[in-house]
Design a protein around this ligand. Sequence first.
Ligand SMILES: C[S@@+](CC[C@H](N)C(=O)[O-])C[C@H]1O[C@@H](n2cnc3c(N)ncnc32)[C@H](O)[C@@H]1O
Length: 210
Amino acid sequence: MNTPVFDFLKDDVYKSVYEPSEDSFLLIDALENDLELIRKLNPSICLEVGSGSGVVISAVSKVFPSAYCLATDINHVAALATKKMAETNKVTVEPVVTDLTSAVRSRLLSQVDLLVFNPPYVVTPSEEVGTQSLQAAWAGGIKGRQVMDRFFPFVPQLLSTKGLFYIVVLKDNNPDEITEFMFGQGLKMNNVLSRRCGIEHLSVLRFENG
Ligand SMILES: C[S@@+](CC[C@H](N)C(=O)[O-])C[C@H]1O[C@@H](n2cnc3c(N)ncnc32)[C@H](O)[C@@H]1O
């Protein structure tokens, strides 16, 4: 899975957008590791939540050009960046400005084959969560889980029967608790890839019906 070109992000217009970083590349590498599995799905609908610059969903769209790729973000400049990323890399992605998947959920129920989320996961004070600025990219509040925990109950509703959900988590997020919650929702977990990035220990978890 090639990393899309993203030089255009240097433009000041995009200064509130999360620049592709080690976590973004870890997610792309995890998808690459699982490419055979994902290919077997022959995904029709791919959705990225919190697409930021759009680097991940554009990489996905490049490999699966016939899939319908959507990307949501709470930051409207991120949606513009995602659009520009897709155009620059000659792929098609529909950007949507919304909280998590609020604006698209009803039309995607049980239809998403590939769902990806590199969420704000850093442990911060709760007040820093959910702003419209760059802070929204990393501020995860209590346990770094305030944004992702709101999303987890929607995952089983969105996934198709064969669908796969990939999420980036930090050790501080307590992945065991997440796995236990998702197990209660009927989803089993596999740890696809872990990497130490500076002081952070990041993993990409895959969930699927099981
Ligand atoms: C860690 S960044 C990841 C960006 C990109 N996916 C990547 O991997 O480079 C998290 C992204 O989630 C977005 N975000 C934060 N809270 C959100 C919410 N409630 N709904 C949708 N997007 C959100 C942020 O604006 C940011 O673009």
